[in-house]
Design a binder for this molecule. Structure first.
Ligand code: HEM
Length: 427
């Protein structure tokens, strides 16, 4: 097989499988060979060009004209005919949001909708996040054992996201089912049988999003980002379009919480696996903000993103044909020793931690990044203060969703001796 650039495909490139368990568990480690030997390669199994070094990934993110984000939410596995039929029955028409919109429409829309994400406007959510976190910790602190994903990391970011969006709190189990189906549908590798089930759930999610939107349209004074977008839609319908509203309603319920849930689980897993670091954080909570950043660098919840070349171009001397699809692996870039000294090691004092590419880079960089940071900081503050003695349950098996983009364990079991809880000692 020859790559589209005419170069032969190396054995490693031919073998590259982003759904292999080793890659899903640790994409940075699985692509070490590429960072060292072949930083830009064509993957015949995936049909994408894979980019693994920091400077290259950043350059692709930065130039969103040469590298269009239009395929960011495209299905990795083309849907089967029956899956298409199923989606049609639900009038499924997921289209451009922000993350997959080209210029100039993207920037106009982003500017019109930015206000709610400014740090001053995020601060008002801090009390709620802390209250929810305390309530969740209250519920399990005397039990001596918990799955942190189930006990808090799944539900708090979802509750906070719904509040931020102004979406009435819905049945959490249904939303969880919807989110998983959307993730598998977009970034997964479903079998034909799974495709059908996923298509049905995604179809229901689409209908549900439309219904929520209709209900919200009938409350012109509603608060939250989606209500704000609905008013902008009335004011500037060519920029904040109808199609955008429906697509975004569905996409943001997932983007706004699953990323943060997974990032929190990754962070706690990483910190508790490095006991000295965790103990230090518990003694000095001022270290937490940079520790959050370092966790996002070393084990982020978005590990790769996609772009499509709008013209023939070159990356690190490799010719990329027009229309080629690119998988830019931020998790690999974040470990690149050319940019981060000892890139595989956790160093919560690292000055450059914030330069990670987990939130993307450039004009599409994650609008919710400070929101995610705020939530993660509060989770770690509360856990470090109230459960400094907790440990990871040994020998637990971590399962990862088969996803090209999202990464995090489905469960995270911790245990501790409730008799040693600091608040008991205080009492
Ligand atoms: C875009 C990651 C949390 C809203 C993005 C992008 C990434 C990302 C990789 C694409 C960046 C690019 O193309 O350059 C993450 C991660 C999160 C997180 C890792 C948590 C740890 C959130 C939250 C929200 C949010 C909490 C909303 C409340 C958005 C929006 C965009 C975006 C609206 C589109 C921006 C644009 O295209 O202009 N995010 N995200 N994200 N994210 Fe996040």
């Amino acid at each position: 097989h020859a790559g589209a650039g005419g170069c032969p495909v190396s054995p490693q490139a031919a073998a590259f499988d982003p759904f292999a368990p080793a890659y899903l568990a640790n994409p940075a480690e699985a692509l070490k060979w590429s960072r060292e030997q072949e930083p830009v390669f064509y993957s015949p199994q995936l049909g994408y060009w894979v980019v693994s070094r920091y400077d290259d990934v950043k350059a692709v993110f930065r130039d969103n004209v040469t590298f269009s984000p239009s395929i960011a939410l495209e299905r990795v596995v083309p849907p089967s005919a029956v899956a298409i039929e199923t989606l049609k029955r639900y009038n499924y028409a997921m289209n451009r949001t922000l993350v997959n919109e080209d210029e100039p429409a993207h920037m106009e829309r982003r500017r019109a909708l930015m206000d709610h994400f400014l740090p001053a406007n995020l601060a008002e959510h801090e009390d709620m996040i802390r209250r929810l976190t305390r309530e969740k910790v209250d519920a399990f602190i005397d039990s001596g054992r918990a799955d942190l994903v189930e006990a808090m990391f799944w539900e708090i970011p979802l509750t906070v996201a719904l509040h931020f969006l102004g979406v009435p709190k819905e049945d959490m189990e249904t939303l969880k089912e919807f989110s998983v189906a959307h993730t598998v549908n977009t970034w997964g590798k479903p079998t034909p049988d799974e495709q059908l089930k996923v298509a049905d759930t995604v179809g229901r999610f689409w209908q549900f999003s439309g219904q929520v939107l209709d209900r919200m349209r009938r409350q012109p004074d509603g608060t939250g980002w989606m209500h704000y977008a609905i008013r902008k839609n009335a004011e500037i319908p060519d920029i904040v379009t109808d199609s955008y509203l429906h697509s975004m309603m569905m996409a943001i319920i997932v983007a706004g919480h699953e990323t943060t849930s997974l990032a929190s689980a990754n962070a706690l897993k990483l910190l508790l696996s490095n006991r000295l670091v965790w103990d230090r954080i518990c003694k000095d909570p001022a270290l937490i903000p940079n520790a959050v950043e370092e966790c996002l660098r070393l084990d982020g919840s978005v590990v790769a993103w996609r772009r499509q070349a709008t013209r023939e171009c070159e990356i690190s001397g490799v010719t990329i044909p027009k229309d080629a699809k690119l998988l830019i692996v931020s998790a690999s870039a974040n470990h690149d020793p050319r940019h981060f000294e000892n890139g595989d090691f956790l160093d919560i004092y690292r000055d450059s931690a914030v330069e990670h590419l987990t939130f993307g880079y450039g004009s599409h960089q994650c609008m919710g990044k400070n929101f995610a940071r705020l939530e993660m900081r509060i989770f770690i503050e509360e856990l470090a203060r109230r459960l400094p003695h907790m440990r990871l349950v040994e020998d637990q098996q971590y399962d990862y969703l088969p996803s090209l983009a999202f990464h995090g364990p489905d469960k995270l079991f911790v245990e501790w001796d409730p008799a040693s809880n600091p608040e008991r000692a205080d009492a």
